[in-house]
Design a protein around this ligand. Structure first.
Ligand SMILES: Nc1ncnc2c1ncn2[C@@H]1O[C@H](COP(=O)(O)OP(=O)(O)OP(=O)(O)O)[C@@H](O)[C@H]1O
Ligand SMILES: [Mg+2]
Length: 363
């Protein structure tokens, strides 16, 4: 299991695909459990789509579900590199579990390392680090699950999110609170459902974007921002909640490249690149932003309007973004930019192969 660069003579490349599967427990949710319990896990369709994208005469795929016996499975198969989409099993550092195991066995893998994944899964800690690099992020405070101390003077409206989740797990359509009493009741409900610290953040009411990044170093590619356009503009607070993600076809549309001024686009792309580099992301990541709210006269052309009063806020980074075809944001961004699903998946693997010193790439 040593990290020895493969050359053309050692074809085919043996790739282990690590993942955690949804078990469809959410169809039978108990009263004290959250309906979005398995939000982050993948379906078998996604696993097979990745397998299908990579498999060829040059590349053999071994499916390695990231269960407790993963080290035994690794010992059984002679794996050259792991394509990792596993979300891990438990705790704030769960996304780091597979990269840490791969480091231990000296097996190269795709994507960011354990330290980046651990940090990024803790939203508050990531904000704290990025603030030191002058990245603008909404004001916030954290309520510990063990001693619920409130900051009553916090600016409302605010959004309440589990501090260490993704896929909008724990972010329902009623995640916005307008006063201390609403905040207290949502916090107590969320802590009992999600058993973790809660992040309370200033609600940023403007347009929403996500930026996909692919590759490393001089070969880094930052895709143009994709806007999440909410179809119902009448609701006071629009958020990309768990419900919206499940029913995205009816509730939102995606626009990429987004109709924003060149100035904002450049700043967002530059900020995304800086965040990717500061957090030492590898191979791919997706970064979410919101603009501060501003009244836009209907007559104004969104492409040319003066953008001085709109500020870009970093919301969060996903260094292990979802790859569900036809559903996850990253494959959609790629598609909007002329890169089909298979090419995207192969590019992620190629970036990792290059970074790890392999002399072999998928065409
Ligand atoms: N401070 C904020 N102001 C306004 N809206 C917010 C804020 N924070 C989060 N949201 C809304 O909630 C959504 C989910 O939040 P966030 O991206 O932090 O969660 P996530 O579960 O990590 O998402 P992902 O599916 O990208 O992993 C955002 O896409 C956005 O619509
Ligand atoms: Mg997000």
């Amino acid at each position: 299991m040593d990290n020895i660069p493969v050359d053309e003579s050692s074809h085919p490349l043996r790739v282990g695909l690590t993942y955690n599967l949804k078990k469809n427990a959410s169809e039978n949710v108990a009263e004290n459990e959250a309906p979005d319990m398995e939000a982050e896990y993948d379906s078998m369709e996604t696993v097979l789509a990745i397998k299908n994208a990579l498999e060829s005469d040059d590349c053999r795929i071994e499916l390695l579900e990231a269960t407790e016996d993963l080290p035994l499975k690794l010992a059984k198969h002679d794996i050259d590199i792991v394509f990792n989409i596993a979300e891990g099993i438990q705790g704030r550092g769960r996304e780091a579990e597979i990269p840490a195991i791969m480091n231990f066995y000296k097996i190269p893998y795709t994507g960011s390392d354990e330290t980046t994944l651990c940090l990024a899964l803790d939203k508050a800690l990531t904000k704290r680090v990025l603030e030191t690099y002058q990245i603008r992020t909404p004001k916030y405070f954290v309520i510990s699950k063990d001693e619920t101390k409130f900051n009553d003077s916090f600016t409302f409206p605010a959004i309440v999110k589990p501090n260490a989740e993704g896929s909008s797990k724990g972010i329902s359509d009623v995640a916005i609170v307008s006063n201390p009493s609403e905040l207290k009741s949502l916090i107590s409900k969320n802590i009992s459902l999600y058993h973790q610290d809660m992040l309370v953040e200033e609600y940023i009411g403007g347009r929403e974007f996500t930026v996909g990044i692919l590759g490393n170093g001089s070969e880094l590619r930052v895709f143009p921002p994709m806007e999440i356009v909410y179809l119902d503009q009448q609701t006071p607070f629009n958020i990309y909640s768990y419900n919206v993600k499940q029913n995205y076809k009816e509730l939102i549309r995606y626009e990429c490249p987004a109709a924003i001024s060149k100035e904002i686009e450049t700043e967002m792309v530059q900020t995304a690149k800086k965040i990717y580099e500061v957090l030492q992301c590898k191979d791919f990541a997706r970064i979410d932003f919101r603009l501060s709210q501003r009244e836009i006269p209907r007559s104004e052309n969104p492409q040319t309007r003066n953008s001085n009063s709109e500020k870009i806020y970093f919301i969060e980074i996903n260094p292990l973004p979802g790859l569900a075809p036809g559903y996850s944001d990253f494959p959609m961004i790629a598609e909007f930019n002329g890169m089909n699903y298979n090419t995207l998946v192969r590019s992620i693997l190629n970036s990792a192969l290059k970074r790890h010193g392999f002399h072999f790439y998928l065409s």
